[in-house]
Design a binder for this molecule. Structure first.
Ligand SMILES: [Zn+2]
Length: 255
């Protein structure tokens, strides 16, 4: 452990009881996002770091992102298709497998038994040691898809780990070691990353060209947003921790 990390641990210990940093590199990871760019925003640098250390990285996106535009003339189905292609390119930049698309309608996600079963099947097939998703308990959040994605993941985790659920699946139960919640209401865990991991995050986010105006505040004609996104990502990742770059999460380890 280097001196920077010691300093960081001391800082967290002083201000955040129970705070932890850097999980052991997981063999297999599943990140689940509501929309095609949420995983990149929430944990892109952490995924890039783990991929660099040979983790198998899987991503699942629950909605089709068809409403990710302010343009009322936009064909929503065409946008959903574009966003799938953008998400595939972004996954490549992070070193992840091609995304699994659940293709629920953007803005109308529900914790239906069908969606939960699909996620249980994915969890029992991939058998991740770490799962990452939105915090379903974040207060005062308006957008329902992020909260409901977190709820779906929590329900699916319970049903995937307990043998008494879905015995007809034949797949054996699977219990991850850790759940990391991004955009968390209470952050108590940090993953340290290097600049190159944030560069991968910036390149992945820049793949989402259809989101330049609505999510990034950039002109639709912008050719490549990587150089404009990177300074912002570095600023967010370096807040309060001196020279360290981090992504922050709520860690739930007693699954
Ligand atoms: Zn989103």
């Amino acid at each position: 452990m280097n001196s920077q990390r010691n300093g960081f641990a001391t800082y967290l210990a002083a201000g955040t009881p129970g705070a932890t940093t850097d999980l052991t590199t997981p063999a297999t990871v599943l990140a689940i996002g509501a929309h095609p760019d949420d995983i990149e925003f929430g944990c892109g640098a952490t995924l890039a770091k783990w991929a660099e250390h040979s983790s198998e990285i899987y991503v699942a996106i629950l909605t089709d992102g068809r409403r990710g535009t302010w343009n009322r003339e936009q064909d929503q189905l065409a946008l959903a298709l574009s966003r799938q292609n953008e998400a595939r390119s972004a996954a490549l930049e992070l070193g992840a497998h091609a995304p699994v698309f659940f293709q629920q309608i953007d803005g109308e996600l529900h914790p239906s038994s069908g969606v939960i079963l699909r996620l249980v099947t994915l969890l029992r097939s991939i058998r991740p040691s770490v799962v990452l998703t939105h915090d379903p308990w974040k207060r005062y959040r308006l957008h329902p898809d992020h909260r409901i994605t977190g709820e779906i993941v929590v329900e699916a985790l319970v049903q995937a780990r307990d043998e008494s659920f879905w015995q007809e699946l034949v797949l054996p139960a699977s219990r991850p070691d850790s759940l990391l919640l991004f955009e968390a209401d209470v952050e108590d865990h940090s993953e340290t990353v290097d600049r190159r991991h944030l560069e991968a995050k910036a390149r992945a986010l820049a793949c989402h060209r259809s989101q330049y105006p609505s999510s990034y505040g950039l002109a639709a004609e912008t050719q490549d947003a990587t150089d404009q996104l990177l300074p912002r990502l570095i600023e967010v990742a370096s807040q309060s921790e001196g020279d360290l770059l981090v992504e922050r999460f709520k860690l739930i380890a007693d699954l």
